[in-house]
Design a protein around this ligand. Structure first.
Ligand code: FAD
Length: 376
């Protein structure tokens, strides 16, 4: 049986482990800490316009796979349905597919698009709320959330007939934080006949209740991270052993994890897969970090100027991989035939944009499958 080691405990590592196991591999996942997945707002963005990406974005990880739109669509269908199934077994239900797209309000009433959302968020799709009365639940003891402003924003920005209803939770201290609500049972409002918008974190929502999206720290992210971390080994990989062009083991302190193939799903700046500085580097294996298909180290001050004009440019930096997700060195060669890269560690797209979860899910799914097969 092929042994696969996945390095990274975010959504990319989870999808890689799922598909490697499905392909018959024995999988170990190691992660040092939660990464960006634990901060997500609760709105999985998979992809907006796949055809446009393939036509206009040559460095985007979807395009670099060299799979046509029909093939990518089939892979996305399979990856997302398996992910939803697995998360369901781990206690989290999600709704939507990469083909559906809705808009959901966050705790400030601002809308965010998403393809796949937790079941508890799905009922708050803004289009579906149109024409309904919405009670926005406020808790006067909470200092960092104001239901009246959220209701006002829902009215003004989305023409929803929203109003705030405060419900006191007396055992909370004054100026408590939203995080103090996590895990508490949802209080029932007085308002009848209205949909009920709750700040995220409550449990046992009534049938007409839904959760708003979060800003960090995020109960949606925390729940997801808890579910996907089951069975993960807590360790920080610091180096690798290799024989010729094949990696044979990953070292974490005094421990050595031997495997036939390896998936690098270490995330970007928050996960720790790349490190910013004078120039951004991948420090575990010295892999190339690219910007628009060119090594970032060759761009000198041009990149700094671009980042000065738009800090989002820094977010496009990351690894580049060949069509089989083997990560490349700066000279464009893939040094290790049994190493795969997946998730936000890959560059070529803005990871807070419309493929925030699409890239980790799909590249994780493919990397896991290919890693399982490469050792056999
Ligand atoms: C604040 C915020 C909000 C976001 N909200 C959304 C959203 O609502 N919708 C959306 O679609 N996208 C969102 N995104 C983007 C999305 O969350 C990320 O693109 C996605 O979670 C990345 O997943 P990942 O598995 O690739 O990386 P991560 O989740 O960052 O995981 C990387 C993992 O690798 C581990 N790791 C790194 N180095 C090592 C090592 N040496 N040894 C062992 N383990 C290591 C880390 O500890 C971590 O477990 C958001 C991002 C941020 C920052």
């Amino acid at each position: 049986m092929t042994k696969v080691l996945v390095i990274g405990g975010g959504i990319a590592g989870y999808c890689a482990a799922l598909s490697a196991r499905r392909s018959g591999a024995e999988v170990t996942v190691v992660a040092r800490a939660p990464g960006a997945t634990a901060l997500y707002a609760g709105a999985m963005e998979i992809v907006d316009d796949l055809d446009s990406i393939l036509e206009h974005e040559p460095h985007h990880p979807f395009t670099r796979l060299g799979i046509d739109a029909v093939g990518l669509a089939a892979e996305l269908d399979e990856a997302i349905s398996n992910l939803k199934l697995a998360l369901g077994k781990d206690g989290l239900s999600f709704e939507g597919t990469w083909r559906t797209r809705g808009r959901y309000a966050d705790i400030h009433g601002l809308a965010r698009p998403a393809n796949v959302v937790p079941e508890t968020v799905a009922r708050g799709e803004l289009g579906a709320l149109s024409g309904k009365r919405v009670a926005v639940i406020g808790v006067p003891e909470i200092g960092d959330y104001d239901a009246a402003s959220t209701a006002q924003a829902l009215k003004q920005l989305h023409s929803i007939e929203a109003f705030a209803e405060d419900i006191s939770i007396p055992d909370l201290p004054q100026a408590a934080a939203l995080t103090d609500l996590y895990g508490r049972r949802a209080p029932a409002p007085r308002a009848r006949g209205a949909a009920i918008a709750y700040p995220p974190g409550f449990t046992n929502l009534p049938p007409d209740g839904f959760e708003l999206l979060a800003s960090p720290p995020s109960p949606h992210g925390w729940r997801l991270q808890q579910a996907i971390a089951l069975g993960t080994v807590s360790a920080e990989v610091t180096s690798f052993e290799s024989s010729g062009s094949r990696i044979t083991a990953a070292r974490a302190g005094s421990r050595s994890f031997r495997a036939d193939s390896f998936v690098l799903a270490t995330g970007r700046h928050i996960g720790g897969g790349v490190r910013g500085g004078r120039s951004t580097i991948e420090s575990l294996l010295g892999l190339g970090v690219f910007y628009e298909g060119r090594p970032a180290s060759s761009l000198g001050t041009r990149l700094q100027h671009l980042e000065y004009l738009d800090p989002g440019e820094e977010m496009k930096l990351g690894l580049a991989a060949d069509r089989r997700l083997h990560p490349l060195l700066e000279d464009g060669t893939a040094p290790h035939g049994n190493l795969y890269a997946a998730g936000a560690v890959l560059g070529g797209y803005g990871y807070s944009g419309p493929c925030g979860f699409g890239i980790p899910i799909l590249t994780g799914w493919l990397a896991g499958r290919w890693a399982a097969k490469s050792g056999s």
